[in-house]
Design a binder for this molecule. Structure first.
Ligand code: GTP
Ligand code: MG
Length: 273
């Protein structure tokens, strides 16, 4: 074959992408990348200073993908350095430590920082986000369970993986899915393809489950004022029961939320004459 034609074909099949890692300091961003690229784990904490940059090549179907990885420092001190690097990313690895609730709660502020730095023309829709619930090997100290993490991720259209940079669990699967989704997006003209299978639950269901988990007491859980009447409690209960009934709702955590609502109603009705 003519070498020029061959070269052109090869170029068509190769892709260059930029991905970044985000999340609080010490959640394991650098270790996840190291585990994938170098197949090893370093137990000693070496904080990333500003940004670490690396390149790796991966094969997705018939394409060779050159991946530029920008591993961000999570410490607030490095904000001025990392804010330059948000633009033009095709993929984002969002990491939290399952043993540190504040690192999970911080995911929203990482998205906010990213949006802010990307400016007004930012289109977060056309970026692949993958959420890593990391350090799952440390089972005894786990405080954020799978359903909570999955709900946060999937209700935003993000992928969710349980990972351990220490044992390697979930790391290859996560990166394979990440790169394959990025390739699909590039082949779709840079637009995130509409998923073939919808997540199967609504944003209202996801938001309600989150609200129930974070409610401070039974009144709050049912969304009624303290001192509400039996009728008000029952009305609120029926609405939630329809929304969250396990036969109708497949959102992660819906079963526990449904049980919590049943218990809240029972305990409130006991005390209302
Ligand atoms: P910054 O660069 O400061 O933002 O931190 P980082 O998110 O890159 O964290 P790093 O990868 O440096 O890991 C922080 C600490 O957590 C290190 O001591 C790692 O050895 C440890 N660590 C990372 N991943 C895991 C894991 O899956 N399991 C366990 N047990 N420890 C982990
Ligand atoms: Mg790091």
């Amino acid at each position: 074959m003519d070498t020029n034609v061959q070269k052109r074909r090869e170029n068509k099949k190769s892709l260059r992408v930029k991905v970044i890692s985000l999340g609080n300091a010490e959640v394991g961003k650098s270790c996840i990348i190291k585990r994938y690229c170098e197949k090893r784990f370093v137990p000693k904490y070496l904080a990333t200073i500003g940004i670490d940059y690396g390149v790796t090549k991966v094969q997705v179907r018939d394409r060779e993908i050159k991946v530029n990885i920008f591993d961000m420092a999570g410490h607030p001190f490095f904000y001025e350095v990392r804010n330059e690097f948000y633009k033009d990313s095709q993929g984002v690895i969002l990491v939290y430590d399952v043993g540190l609730r504040e690192s999970f709660d911080a995911l929203d502020s990482w998205l906010t920082e990213m949006k802010q730095e990307m400016g007004s023309q930012a289109n977060m829709e056309n970026i692949i986000f993958i959420v890593c619930a990391n350090k799952v090997d440390l089972t005894k100290r786990r405080v954020v369970d799978e359903s909570e993490g999955r709900l946060w991720a999937e209700s935003r259209g993000f992928h969710y993986f349980e990972t351990s940079a220490q044992s390697g669990e979930g790391i290859n699967e996560m990166f394979q899915s990440f790169f394959s989704s990025i390739t699909d997006m590039c082949e779709n003209g840079g637009k995130r393809p509409t998923p073939e299978v919808s997540v199967g639950f609504t944003k209202e269901q996801a938001d309600t489950i989150r609200r129930i988990r974070n409610s401070k007491d039974s009144w709050d859980m049912l969304g009624v004022k303290p001192g509400a009447t039996r009728e008000e409690v029952n009305k609120a209960y029926r609405k939630l029961a329809v929304l969250l009934h396990p036969d109708k709702c497949v959102a992660p955590g819906s079963e526990d939320a449904f049980k919590a609502v049943v218990n809240a109603r029972t305990s409130l009705l006991k005390n209302i004459k």
